[in-house]
Design a protein. Sequence first.
Length: 258
Amino acid sequence: MEAALNSEAMFARPRLIERLEDCFFYHTMDLPGLGLIHGHWDLRGRFDDYIGGVAVTGKSVLDVGCATGFLSFAAEERGASVVSFDMSDVKQQTMLPFKDKLYFQDREKWAQEYGAEIERWKNAYWLCHRLLKSQARVFYGNVYDLPGELGQFDVSIVGGVLEHLADQITALASIAKLTRETIVVVTPLLESDERIARFEALASNPDLDFTWWRYSLGVYREVFGMLGFRIASVSSSDYYYDYGDRFEKRSTLVAVRK
């Protein structure tokens, strides 16, 4: 069932992107006419594992933090009606406050430079969108305040997003308001029923200024309970980090509305 939408004007106009040099690929993609393009994560052939086996055929799907769009396009290929979401303003991204980094020293200059990088991420999405003949719609906004006008979605996929947010819980609440059936969260996880979180950053590692917290299963269980969901399944697998030529473990939580 397609999500009800009050206004088509909410959605981004497609960009005509033709040059790879104008793009940054978060996902490794196979593209018609271009072949294999390497990105940060290679999820090819792993979509069903990644989303915990949730059926998306005939469903409306919100892809939260779509980046290059691999999850959006894979869901669409399986017969889903997809809205891809990403941030509209880089200032919505909160980085860790390392004193020698541009984010801390000059926020405006950081926003200009990081904003240009994010535009290249969006360009990669639109290049893939065109070459894959996608019908997915795109909404750029604030993950902490997703508008109700987007409508209700059967399935929301939140892949590799929450660990990069200073406030995961507010983001999940925003997503839950738009989700009628199932939320899929893919993230590093503390496999504990205790309600705990681990701060992931180290003062000695300023390069890792974009990963905040690793929450426990116990935290997610309580937060989903507050939002009217229950965790139906938890699975984990190793996924290929293409840029680092290594596999990394990620957990998939499937939460269904009670």
